[in-house]
Design a protein around this ligand. Sequence first.
Ligand code: PMP
Length: 396
Amino acid sequence: MPFPLARRMEFITASDVRELLKVTQRPEIISFAGGLPAPELFPIEELAKLAHDLLIEDGVRALQYSTTEGYPPLREWIAARMTSTWGASFEADDILVTTGSQQGLDLTAKLFIDEGDVVVTESPTYLAALGAFKVCRPRFVEVATDDHGMELAALERVLATERPKFVYVIPNGQNPSGRTWSVERREGFMKVMARFDVPVIEDDAYLEIRYDGHTAPSMRSFDTRGQVVCLGTLSKVLAPGLRIGWVAADRALLDRYVLLKQSADLHTASLTQMLAERWLTSGAFDSSLERIRDTYRERRDAMLAALESELPPGCRFTRPDSGMFVWVEFPPTIRSRELLARCLEREVAFVPGDSFFADATRLNTARLNFSNMPPERIREGVKRIGRVLRETLAQD
Ligand code: PMP
């Protein structure tokens, strides 16, 4: 590179796994690596008709610049949905529409992190959140998690000794572990947090993708101090290509997010905001969500049954009730990156788990996605991973 770049670029490097996974685009590969929704569930016909009507009826507004905060009727819908379904009571003015919830993560980094500041995350956590935060060069402190959520004694120790700028959590169908925090743990977490002046960034990408039981209450429902900032998205419940997400927060804080977004991209595309709003208020949302849940539940069940029967002894895996991922721990001698290279020779892929830790530890773990493959391909893919694992263990 002939030009001197900003110092931060020394810390922003392409992951080697990304290179390995480039081949997963080939159709013959059974890929558990991405986090893609099932494309056959996109409501293409309905959106085509709505887009046509939108452009004919309200084309100027859809194609003109608009306000940074977002399309008011969409903000209304989001606030109403969060209040009715998430247990997070917000008004339209508390919502900033973002370009995917990934932009919410990026703005969060810019809003809170100076170089060297501490950011607390679950262990493991969402890879691209680590990526978004890293640009501002924080020091990550990971808090251990169990099947119910963050371990609160460990969290308290961290909060008492460090001065984190925020705590980032994904309480539903966590990416990558697939875990959902219990209601008791959420309550306990917010009780601990209320003793410290530290905001909670709650990333709820998978809150509505729940297979068993009711939608769990957002952290915000236990928030007495306006401490919780919620990030939401239409990517998993409608279509990620629309790039619609949001930040919901108390107004004083939201205003700061608005300032940052203004400099980032002025506003999220009017066309997709208006199109999404038409679809969301057309009556199609609930039945579409039901179809997504039914399809993914079947795929999750296929993956869990296959893991149960195909993995050799010494492997453990989570049993997600929400989201799109299963987290697998192989026997300690296994190195997931080497295993991935061998699996790619058999045309099956996953993401090695070390990518989801700030310090790239836990080399024997993996994230498997189940939303993007039909059950028979899932069974075949897991069978192949099981075979490669047995061969590797036999060689060791
Ligand atoms: N948060 C989590 C936990 C995610 O898994 C994802 C997508 N994989 C995102 C945020 C970003 O999604 P989007 O920008 O499409 O809303």
